[in-house]
Design a protein around this ligand. Structure first.
Ligand code: NAD
Ligand code: DAU
Length: 350
């Protein structure tokens, strides 16, 4: 039996990865390490948390001594590292927590792995999950390749870029076996409603304004979260040591185009008159340093590992809306308490 550490497993993408691994690999013991910040929610995993090959550990990757002891206790065979501060707007409000978790936390895990594996890396793997934002912003044309130079623009993307460099440095310097993937925007069930799609779903449901930064012309490349989890599974098991793979949905949309499509789906599902949700669209002050366009060339992972996205956006957004409307309790729980303070600071006092 292999013991695999998944960090950030109570978050959005992490919970989909944990669920997939626990169900698909009964021969693995999955240890989910999560600090349960505002973004972590054990409700996301209530369908798997009693399974015998799953264990939850609450802990902070910023705590080096704790991480070292955790590696000594469990003798992990592999690590999938997803724990991070993940929201760009929060990184603009408070960069330091991003520096700590995304950079220092990642180094603590690298040290834990290196120390525990005692430089005998046979059969081991440290897999770092990263973002396309490390490449900066595209103009109207072009795609991010694995060879595109890093040019991060926000405190979030700079902290992720830094962690990617450190993971590669541990590979180059100590031969730590690593894989890195850089993925485009995910959407789907269990995403915290600070991110565009769940925030808009929540606001439409409550007839509140849908805030669109600037002119809504920024472009993102959207991927359904379960397709990302499938790519992570493949890259963890089949990716070549030391390699980087880009993952993307080949689904480029302007923010305003996406929101109009979402409004139509919401009108249909809520039985509202067509066009009523669109009336909630409200243009607000732009995000500072707002990257214009992200778009991924995922041909390497498609060609070398045989991955491809299974869902197009129309189907994915419909599934997502249905999930949020069926899980209003989940949504209302996560927006209670601290969410109000964040919302006020981000949207009502600028
Ligand atoms: P998320 O914010 O939903 O979840 C992050 C999880 O990490 C939470 O459960 C949180 O409690 C945990 N965490 C935060 N700080 C921690 C700490 N110090 N110690 C332990 N746990 C901690 O994030 P997400 O959107 O699921 O993203 C997961 C990973 O994927 C991140 O590394 C992110 O950079 C990357 N990524 C996200 C996207 C996206 O569109 N969401 C796209 C590409 C890459
Ligand atoms: O590209 C991958 C990245 O995608 C991940 O690394 C990040 O963790 C993830 O948060 C996401 O970053 P974005 O900044 O692209 O996602 P967000 O949902 O915050 O914003 C999507 C777009 O919508 C972006 O152009 C900003 C805009 N936006 C966002 C919010 C929250 C709005 O117009 N209004 C909003 O209220």
């Amino acid at each position: 039996m292999k013991t695999i550490l998944i960090t950030g497993g109570a978050g959005f993408i992490g919970s989909h990865v944990v669920r997939r691994f626990v169900n698909k690999y009964p021969e693995y013991k999955i240890v989910n390490l999560d600090a349960l910040t505002y973004a972590g929610n054990l409700e996301n995993l209530k369908d798997v948390d009693t399974l015998p090959n799953y264990e939850f550990v609450k802990g902070d990757i910023n705590d080096a001594a704790f991480i070292s002891a955790l590696f000594a206790k469990y003798q992990f065979d592999g690590v999938l590292h997803l724990a991070a501060e993940s929201h760009v707007d929060r990184s603009i409000l408070d960069p330091m927590s991003f520096i700590m978790t995304n950079i220092v936390g990642t180094v603590n895990l690298l040290n834990g792995a290196r120390e525990s594996w005692k430089n005998n890396f046979e059969g081991k793997r440290f897999y770092h999950i990263s973002t396309d934002e490390v490449y900066g912003s595209l103009g109207e044309t072009g795609l991010f390749l694995e060879t595109t130079s890093y040019d991060p623009q926000s405190p979030y993307s700079a902290s992720k870029a830094s962690s990617d460099h450190l993971v590669r440095a541990y590979h180059n310097t100590y031969k730590l076996p690593i894989v890195i993937t850089n993925c485009s925007n995910n959407y789907g069930p269990n995403q915290f409603p600070e991110k565009l799609i769940p925030l808009a779903i929540h606001n439409i449901s409550h007839n509140k304004p849908i805030p669109i930064y600037g002119k809504g012309e920024n472009i993102r490349d959207w991927l359904y979260v379960e397709d990302h989890a499938a790519a992570i599974d493949l890259a963890f098991h089949k990716g070549k040591d030391g390699e980087t793979y880009n993952i993307g949905g080949n689904n480029e949309l302007t923010n305003i185009g996406l929101i109009r499509q979402l409004c139509k789906t919401m009108d249909k599902k809520l039985g509202r008159e067509e066009g009523s949700s669109e009336k909630l669209i409200t243009y607000v002050k732009d995000r500072a340093g707002h990257d214009l366009r992200y778009a991924i060339d995922s041909s390497k992972i498609q060609r070398e590992l045989g991955w491809k996205p299974s869902l197009q956006f129309e189907e994915g957004i419909e599934k997502t809306v249905v999930w949020y409307l069926d899980n209003t309790e989940w949504l209302e729980n996560v927006v209670s308490g601290a969410y109000d303070k964040y919302y006020e600071k981000q949207y009502l006092t600028r």
